[in-house]
Design a protein around this ligand. Sequence first.
Ligand code: IMP
Ligand code: MG
Length: 176
Amino acid sequence: MIQVLDKKFVPLIKEAEIQQEIKRVAAEIKHDLGDKNPLFLGVLNGVFMFAGDLMKEIDFPCEITFVKCSSYAGLISTGGVKTLIGIDRDLTGRHVVILEDIVDTGLTMKNMIATLQQANPASVRVATCTFKPESLQCDLHLDYVGIKVPSKFLVGYGLDYNGYGRNYRDIYVLAE
Ligand code: IMP
Ligand code: MG
């Protein structure tokens, strides 16, 4: 059990499982894009651990850069669509792989894909560390999924509760 601000969280997914699924995702990406010089686009802040561990498993030419975009305030998704900041590359003709910590309603990803398509990339794919299938509120295709999780509030491995709890190596769920 860990305490994050005023809430208690219990372990849900251990580091070893996360790392094993990241290796699988890296192999899937290599199969599709190993000879296509992909551009990874990490969505800060939550993705920093997933992006770091995934990149250590990628052994072919690629670039990585980061953008900011968030739709959460406290425990509830605001659903509010925010603009992307920080795209510092020309995406024309590039195979873009968005890296996310978690897909919940899917609205963030849906909006981000639409925004990125305007920059004329060769393709846009999504790789997410975790996915809450029961929370999905839109028609969204996820190309690479690490771990499917229940529709509960999680912290750890980059995921935060009001900015705290990102530092844990395992993923925790809000205690009932
Ligand atoms: P979506 O637009 O509802 O799919 O929300 C995606 C964003 O909400 C993610 O990038 C996370 O930053 C945040 N998020 C969703 N679920 C959780 C959670 O359980 N814990 C912490 N952040 C979450
Ligand atoms: Mg996020």
